[in-house]
Design a protein around this ligand. Structure first.
Ligand code: CTP
Ligand code: CA
Length: 223
């Protein structure tokens, strides 16, 4: 087992990770969601557990099994994800926000199924969801925070703008539409010093490299 030859870089650390999409109901049978298989977040959860951390994975709807040694909390909406994260994050050393959180939700979900042939397509009012990563990053004495940015263009500009506006030390960027649902990924780290590409690889290999890199930064920040 590869893991047994790896140093336990996160031994004694508590890590909270969000993964997958969120699902925001329109009515009992419909909703809006974001594209995310959850594979990258689950791979990071697995790699963090291999590195010796106690891992809480807060997951939106996915078709993935719980990684060995990881505690999973299942949620559906961004509001539920936020509540689960805030409950788990107290005393945690590291928060990694991998989830593709829906930015908006229908303001008032219909209690009953909307019938197709009543008045044509319904007009849906949306309201903004809370920014979970920004909120955790602003907690006094909160964990070291790592965000993700899946972009379709201008990766560096968008990732760096997110890093600054959410006030987190590290953003992991990828050109998401190329990798959705795939087993491989290509990521670039963005910090205050600039851009640091990681070698392309399958998501688990990348997750292990990323977790080792995050652990190094976490040690540097807490010493
Ligand atoms: N995130 C979050 N809560 C939200 C939206 C995003 O925690 N409501 C986190 C994601 O998990 C990710 C990071 O913030 O780690 C960036 O998400 P992204 O959707 O790329 O950024 P947004 O700020 O929502 O900007 P936009 O969607 O307009 O690109
Ligand atoms: Ca978003």
């Amino acid at each position: 087992l590869v893991a047994s030859f790896q140093p336990q870089r996160l031994a004694g650390r508590r890590v909270v990770i969000t993964a997958g999409p969120t699902f925001e109901p329109i009515d009992p049978v419909r909703g809006i969601t974001n594209r995310s298989s959850g594979k990258m977040g689950y791979a990071i959860a697995r790699a963090a557990a291999e590195a010796g951390a106690r891992v809480d994975l807060i997951s939106g709807p996915t078709a993935l099994p719980v990684p060995w040694g990881v505690t999973r909390t299942d949620v559906e909406t961004a509001a539920q994800m936020r509540a689960a994260v805030l409950a788990a994050v107290h005393g945690a050393n590291l928060f990694v926000a991998v989830a593709a959180v829906a930015d908006w939700r229908p303001a008032v979900p219909h209690a009953e199924k909307i019938k197709r042939r009543t008045n044509g397509p319904p007009a849906i009012d949306f309201t903004e969801n809370p920014d979970i990563l920004a909120e955790v990053a602003a907690l006094p004495g909160g964990p070291y925070c790592v965000g993700f940015a899946a972009e379709t263009q201008h990766l560096e500009a968008h990732a760096q703008a997110k890093r600054r506006s959410k006030n987190v030390p590290l953003i992991v960027g990828n050109l998401g539409h190329l990798t959705f649902g795939k087993d491989d990924n290509e990521i670039v780290l963005f910090d205050a010093a600039g851009a640091h590409p990681l070698p392309a690889g399958d998501k688990l290999t990348l997750a292990r490299v990323l977790v080792a890199e995050i652990a190094r930064r976490l040690d540097a920040s807490s010493s």
